[in-house]
Design a protein around this ligand. Sequence first.
Ligand code: 5GP
Length: 255
Amino acid sequence: MTRRKQVYEGEAKVMFEGPEPGTLVQYFKDDATAFNAQKRGTITGKGVINNRISEFLMTRLAEIGIPTHFVRRLNMREQLVRQVEIIPIEVVVRNVVAGSLAQRLGMAEGTALPRSIVEYYYKSDKLGDPMVSEEHITCFGWASTHDLDDIMQMSLRINDFLSGLFLGIGIKLIDFKLEFGRLYDEHDQMRIVLADEISPDNCRLWDVKTNEKLDKDRFRRDLGKVEEAYQEVARRLGILPEMAAGDVKGTPTVQ
Ligand code: 5GP
């Protein structure tokens, strides 16, 4: 049994050193947290499903020319990714009022926005990911104006593409969070790539007809049927049938 070196542990994922330099193994856990980790729980099989969903969406995005850190899925809970320098900004794209936007501005959840909104949050658990502006980002050197142009363009393109993809399976993409990283090639040329994951953990997905929530809000708001919602998204994307019934159960550790 080989022991791999853990390089990072987050709420929902663990990163291990990869088989080659410049790669990492991203392991998807069943752990779920909300409200800056004040609420904790387990969503059985979430790691397996999110690994599949993220693989599927990152692959489709790569096909339309969005550079991503994703290389390939390794097994039920792990994927090989390129090691990137994570930009400490969470990019949120919104199409419909929900969540913190509804709360902050006192607007009704479900109100369609006349155009998509892109927001930035500074990645800091200690500070509870405060919202920041482009001015803060460039002033503190988290990203340059040029980096932000790339990030904004990619985020809007991802939004257009994913909105259409989800609509095709009867799901409205309400909002989602992205993370980006810097990838350096052998000539030390840098490009910005999509990193982290795209899954019901960081998207709001509502059924087109019923507005039923098919995402992590079911956990955050104690709505029940959390596992079923994640499975439903995977089923509609056509990636659930590949999984055997027992596969979504938790696997204890990685070797
Ligand atoms: P809100 O700002 O309304 O809480 O979140 C907007 C969108 O970004 C939601 O789809 C939410 O799931 C996602 N999001 C924002 N911050 C985080 C975060 O720290 N972790 C995860 N997993 N998703 C986030």
